[in-house]
Ligand binder design. Structure first.
Ligand code: CP
Length: 324
């Protein structure tokens, strides 16, 4: 593979986008472009990661992320081993650190981990020599999803800087929203959060400066009225209502949620005509989004899924040192 347009920056782990610069994200886009070119060929495989072993370790269900990391690794010639919590020795009481150390001792070069608890991938990265990629941890972060979202926006609209991006729904429980806030802000977009007051966390409402004056999140606009939020929007990112993570009392009723926050055709007409409709999936059609909008002309949901493979190829290439 020619490397002249590819990533030169070194990053051993990918845990979140909070420390990614605009330049680094632009380099990931350039590498993703090169990966898309490979995927457009008749034979969609290169031997760049031949001899490397990628392990996917998932403690939560996943279709898109797990399959696209597996395809990404195979497209680059790596060996792939899939481990789920029900088949791993964690089911016999082994700690996650011991599981990860065992995978490292068995010769894994990269571990792609999804975990229901926030912070697990970060902890693993501190204990392992090999690369760790966060495939979604609790409500904390989902960096590869946010990168494929950013890439899709740039692909469809040509740029990200200056766009108004409305993220609507269950922000409290959304790792996708948190990683997108970092990524979109780094790329110069205006981020508007919209959802019921109980599903917008305090940490995003009024970011408190940390010691040293640093803010935990970049500046955001909160608009609880969806009709107003959608005015002049360039991108509408709809989040899944995470019914499995709802604690008692946060949501008065599903009916009220649908009435106030469902993205339907009438509401979407308030946004720009060119506005993209995005959803990380899986979608609850009929709850946060209507089927007409989910599969309508403005929807780029399938493009997001397709781009996920190329973006994850770029990330695997990056953490393994970008040699090939
Ligand atoms: N967007 C996303 O993370 O989907 P999966 O849960 O199917 O991986």
């Amino acid at each position: 593979m020619r490397t002249n347009s590819l990533i030169k920056m070194e990053r051993h782990h990918i845990i979140d986008l909070d420390d990614f610069s605009q330049e680094e994200i632009a380099l990931i886009f350039a590498t993703t472009d090169a990966m898309k070119e490979i995927l457009s060929r008749e034979i969609r495989r290169v031997p760049t990661l031949r001899g490397k072993t990628i392990v996917t370790l998932f403690y939560e269900p996943s279709t898109r992320t797990r399959v696209s990391f597996e395809l990404a690794a195979k497209n680059l010639g790596a060996d792939v081993v899939n481990v789920t919590s029900s088949t791993a020795s964690v089911a016999k009481g082994e700690s996650i650190i011991d599981t990860m150390r065992t995978l490292e001792a068995l010769g894994a070069d990269v571990i792609v981990i999804r975990h229901f608890q926030s912070g697990v991938p970060c902890l693993m990265a501190q204990h392992l020599q090999i690369s760790v990629i966060n495939a979604g941890d609790g409500c904390h972060a989902h960096p590869s999803q946010a990168l494929l979202d950013l890439y899709t926006i740039r692909e469809k609209l040509g740029h990200i800087e200056g766009l108004k991006v409305v993220i609507v729904g269950d922000i409290l429980h959304s790792r996708v929203a948190r990683s997108n806030i970092w990524g979109l802000s780094a790329m110069g977009a205006q981020v508007v959060l919209c959802g019921p007051p109980t599903l917008i966390p305090q940490e995003l409402r009024r970011p408190q400066p940390l010691k040293g004056g640093e803010c935990p999140f970049p500046p955001l606009t909160i608009q609880e009225n969806l009709d107003r939020a959608l005015e002049e929007a360039d991108v509408v990112m709809v989040l899944r209502l995470q019914k499995e993570r709802q604690e008692g009392g946060l949501l008065p009723s599903l009916r009220e949620y649908i009435q106030l926050y469902q993205l339907n055709s009438a509401r979407l007409s308030r946004a720009h005509l060119h506005a993209l409709v995005m959803h990380p999936g899986p979608m609850n059609e009929g709850i946060e989004i209507t089927p007409e909008v989910a599969h309508g002309p403005q929807s780029v949901v399938e493009d997001q899924v397709t781009n996920g493979v190329a973006v994850r190829m770029a990330l695997l290439y990056m953490v393994t040192g970008g040699k090939g």
